[in-house]
Design a protein around this ligand. Sequence first.
Ligand code: SF4
Length: 488
Amino acid sequence: MDGLQNRERKAALKGAVFHIICPVVAWDAHLYPIARLFFPQKKIRMDREGPIEDLAVEPIGDTGIRVLFQDGSMHEASGQDKESVKRALYDALAQRLGQTLSWGTLVGVRPTKIAQNLLREGCSAQAILNCYETDYRVQPDKAQLAIRVAKTQKELLERFGFGRIGFYLHLPFCPSRCSYCSFLSYPLEPKERLAAYIHALLEDLERTGAHMRQRGLTPSYVYFGGGTPTAPDAKDFERILQGVDRHILRGVHPLEYTVEAGRPDGLTREKLQLMKQYGVTRISVNPQTFCDQTRLCLGRTHSSADVLRAVGWARDAGLEWINMDLILGLPGEGVREVENTLRQTLALGPENITVHGLAYKKGAALWEEALPLAKELPALGTYVTKELMKAGYEPYYLYRNKNTVGHLENIGFSKSGKQCRYNMAMMEEMDSIIACGASAVSKAVVGMDEKGAPMVTRQTSYKDLDLYLEGFEAQMTQKLLLLDEMKP
Ligand code: SF4
């Protein structure tokens, strides 16, 4: 009978729209993201009054909250602040659907921030764990993971220090487009477009580099991202590496120089040797999965054998710091496929492994295909984390995307002493970043606020390639003004 009642209750929440009635305008911003967590495929509609289609949320006097379902059942809780409102709806829906969510009511990009702040205040691990579980309904394994990452980050930040200059350049071209991609990525054809972009990027490097010299700004590390930076032919690829060498580095050996080689298609021995020659210290070779059938469905035009070959060539070329990206939640991939991917990745012994939860646009075909497995994913994520830690990899940064299947997070794992500073800098905004290329973001850390958080000013180049080329002068002027705010 209970099972039947449960099924009936869940069925009542089915439909393309999830409807909330709430008379308090200020609560909309707290209720909406919680409803989205439980119903990622639905449109969420909020009204002030009217008949209850799904549920209503209303204040009880000045001190409490009532969640009232369409069938008359209700959930009551105390408090009316932001977190109380979120918790009340979360608890009501979790009870109703018989479903808890890994990260509870947390919807932000950086769930580790809470642990970092509490560690800074001197709280014990147990107190932080209680806070995650009680205030935010985070599951114990995720709370423990967040605390572990926050502790590692604290040590790393003390070691790295704040206030260096990082340099980023961007090449938004790929051999083919992956079906889950939400980044800026253009095909290599027509050749004229790639040629025009490389021409502009080289000018960007030259003029940015000249201004950096005038201002005494020397980069401690370089990150070449994309797209797939290694997608152009060896001649064009070398022109870009030369541009970085001549205009940005000028004889300086950075602490770290990453090229996101990314996809192994188009990666050759020659390009890997060029990277070594120009001082690249770290590369990414990203299998995402070792299941060739899945990869083909994703539109990635390379095989597992290509990944193995590329890693072998990289080691032969003397590149000794390799990251490999994996994705959990790919359509059709369960425990067996993930175990295989993990086994093959570990056998290659990369220094870094980054595990992403699949995130893509709502309504996309891939989303529908992946959903049947979504319930298994939190356990699968926990399994992968445990296996990597057993193999000697420590999680050192963690962030979340919107619309991730199974509410998974993205975690950067590293062997001891091989953590990537650029990734840390992006998480913590601890350094100023000077960037070249379309959609690249330059950031100047201009000080700290009263809570000790960095205050950052940004300049973002156009994402669209044509706009980047047409608006080159205006963007350059803005960027050079931003560089004037950076401290050498
Ligand atoms: S390699 Fe990366 S940037 Fe290129 S299409 Fe695939 S996901 Fe997008």
